[in-house]
Design a binder for this molecule. Structure first.
Ligand SMILES: [Zn+2]
Length: 262
């Protein structure tokens, strides 16, 4: 599942491929991914537009076009944007293809998504899924007093709050699990039981985890300390890691060195 860092890498690619280019042709047919627009409306809105910039907030991408239009893209569980040759055969999981022209050169990008949980929305105003997103840890940064007051205002487990996209945009299961281990906080702790010192440790742990993700991208799961390692020794205290389910998601934790706040 793409998290913050994966989506940021896609943003950088799209920026390189598309910025300053004009969209000359669009192929898209999947009504579910394009909802609520019809494929015809989607294509009509995009053809002839020029790409100004590619932005990101959390796991949403916003390809900014002229005429005040935005192409919003969420990668769902398995979505990705790739380049291909203009005459390339469609990929079996390809759901959109944009042909672009820049200084006489043609580039083709395509959106592939085997499981089809992603979204593509062309809109003249920012969509609600974008405007309701919380703070992006990479572009807007994190600070402890802000995190402390966000945690204090909610009565859920700290892990669910960290993964709530309206609080922090882009934090997924991997980053939340790893950061709570680094901060020595039990993910089941109620968020309003955490104090200012906990918020400070969490900010440091989130930053360290995200930086580690950026450094080790593409190296598989070897970069992770506890995610997916239930039953194996805790890298800090060597006791066996436990697996629990919280808010419908599996999480690993060390019940010895991650302390539950009450
Ligand atoms: Zn431990």
């Amino acid at each position: 599942v793409p998290e913050l860092v994966d989506v940021e890498i896609v943003r950088r690619n799209l920026q390189r491929w598309m910025r300053g280019a004009r969209i000359v042709a669009v192929t898209a047919a999947d009504r579910y991914i394009l909802r609520p627009a019809s494929p015809a409306t989607f294509r009509h809105r995009l053809v002839g537009r020029t790409v100004r910039n590619v932005g990101r907030r959390g796991k949403w991408l916003r390809i900014e076009l002229d005429a005040g239009l935005g192409l919003f893209s969420h990668l769902g569980m398995t979505g990705d944007w790739l380049t291909c040759k203009t005459d390339a055969e469609p990929d079996p999981h390809e759901h959109a293809r944009l042909e672009l022209s820049r200084h006489g050169a043609t580039t083709t990008v395509r959106y592939v998504d085997p499981r089809r949980f992603g979204r593509l929305v062309a809109s003249g105003e920012d969509i609600e899924e974008w405007t309701r997103l919380g703070r992006d840890p990479l572009t807007e940064g994190l600070d402890a007093p802000w995190l402390a007051s966000s945690l204090a205002s909610m009565r859920r487990s700290v892990k669910e709050v960290l993964m709530d996209q309206t609080v922090l945009a882009g934090i997924g299961n991997i980053v939340a699990t790893e950061a709570l281990w680094r901060a020595r906080i039990d993910p089941r702790s109620r968020s309003d039981a955490l104090g200012p010192a906990d918020a400070q440790s969490l900010v440091r742990a989130l930053q360290a985890t995200i930086q580690n993700e950026i450094r080790h991208k593409g190296e598989g799961e070897g970069r992770l300390r506890i995610y997916g390692r239930a039953g194996q020794p805790c890298p800090r205290c060597t006791r066996a890691l436990t697996r629990i389910t919280l808010g419908g998601r599996t999480t690993a934790l060390c019940t010895h060195c991650q302390v539950r706040r009450r």
